[in-house]
Design a protein around this ligand. Structure first.
Ligand SMILES: Cc1cc2nc3c(=O)[nH]c(=O)nc-3n(C[C@H](O)[C@H](O)[C@H](O)COP(=O)(O)OP(=O)(O)OC[C@H]3O[C@@H](n4cnc5c(N)ncnc54)[C@H](O)[C@@H]3O)c2cc1C
Length: 311
């Protein structure tokens, strides 16, 4: 718990970022979870995953931009990414964060950037998943998602729900009725007990409850689709068992995991006939993403340090 708080603090600290990103070998350590700094490296990582029967979603790393110029640049990077996916023929969707596209500047700036990205994605018949950031953004993220879908008519967009938030059951209920495409994860940010379950046991129980609700016959009848994003065998087993008991075909939902995490488990699920999508981040802004991964699992810290010194 202490380690988690420490790394989540580092993820947010600009000073720590300036120091740690300059450490010799820091970038090499981050490569455990990040496909590389360039678009070409992201595409190559996806190609390798596809060859193993895995689907992917590419994330051009970045968050919390503060100028319209940076938000427009991030938007252009995503257009380039969608073009490159189409040219290369790899099988991948796209994931992004709204604060990378200007949500901290204004709702309208972010909305305009998202419309450009979704138009390009629709042109290629591709799909965009909106990552969920800290609870300060949950309401605005869901609102923007619904404006894109209901007012602008985009059907190629989905959103993420975090099982650690108390509000998520109500969100899932509404999204299931709306026939949404969601990714369900536990949640990666530091949240106060006023908004999120402090105990892992409660988060896990809520995760299963939310997944089952989204897989219910009523939700599926409305076209709801879920990406079950976890590395936790207990969550995976619970979802498999529920799906088998309900007779839900294996291609009617998917499992999702992060690049560099539990590769053997990803392959085992594919061998069992499940769809598995790997979240592949790339880009120079890897610092906060890398810190959140270290926060999730202290064993990762030792693993990375051991490999670093061995090399
Ligand atoms: C595809 C994907 C997209 C995500 N998108 C978001 C998002 O938009 N917003 C957000 O807040 N969070 C996101 N997350 C992160 C998520 O919220 C969790 O922080 C992260 O997945 C860790 O939770 P867990 O479900 O894997 O289980 P945990 O409770 O962290 O771990 C449970 C068990 O899983 C196994 N495990 C976990 N990690 C590892 C590892 N590195 N190596 C080996 N075994 C491991 C271990 O057995 C561990 O005991 C995403 C995660 C995934 C997989």
């Amino acid at each position: 718990m202490l380690m988690r708080s420490f790394f989540l603090y580092l993820a947010r600290s600009r000073t720590a970022r300036n120091v740690l990103m300059r450490l010799p070998g820091a970038q090499r350590m981050a490569r455990r979870f990040v496909a590389g700094e360039t678009l070409a490296q992201g595409i190559e990582a996806v190609r390798t995953l596809n060859a193993k029967g895995l689907l992917a979603t590419l994330d051009h790393l970045g968050e919390n931009v503060v100028t319209e110029t940076d938000a427009a640049r991030a938007m252009q990077d995503y257009l380039d990414l969608l073009d490159a996916i189409e040219r290369s023929g790899v099988n991948t969707t796209v994931s992004l964060k709204l604060t990378q596209l200007g949500l901290d500047i204004s709702f309208e700036v972010c909305l305009n950037n998202m419309c450009c990205i979704l138009e390009r994605a629709a042109h290629y018949d591709n799909f965009v998943q909106i990552d969920m950031e800290s609870s300060a953004y949950t309401e605005r993220t869901l609102r923007l998602y619904r404006v894109l879908r209901d007012q602008h008519g985009f059907r190629n967009v989905g959103v993420v729900i975090q099982a650690y938030l108390y509000r998520s059951f109500e969100d899932v209920r509404a999204l299931a009725e709306e026939g949404a495409n969601i990714r369900l994860c536990k949640g990666a940010y530091k949240e106060p007990p006023q908004v999120a379950f402090p105990n892992k046991r409660d988060v896990d129980a809520n995760f299963v409850k939310l997944a089952e609700h989204f897989l219910s016959p009523e939700a599926r009848a409305r076209g709801a689709y879920i990406g079950v994003a976890t590395h936790d065998d207990k969550m995976i087993e619970a979802v498999k068992n529920y799906a088998a008991a309900q007779g839900i075909p294996k291609d009617r939902f998917e499992f999702q995991m992060l690049y560099g995490v539990r590769g053997a488990a990803q392959q085992a699920l594919v061998a069992e006939g499940y769809k598995v999508r790997v979240y592949v981040p790339y880009g120079t802004e890897w610092y906060p993403y890398f810190m959140r991964r270290l926060a999730e699992r202290p064993a990762n810290v030792w693993f990375i340090l051991r490999n670093f010194f061995r090399n």
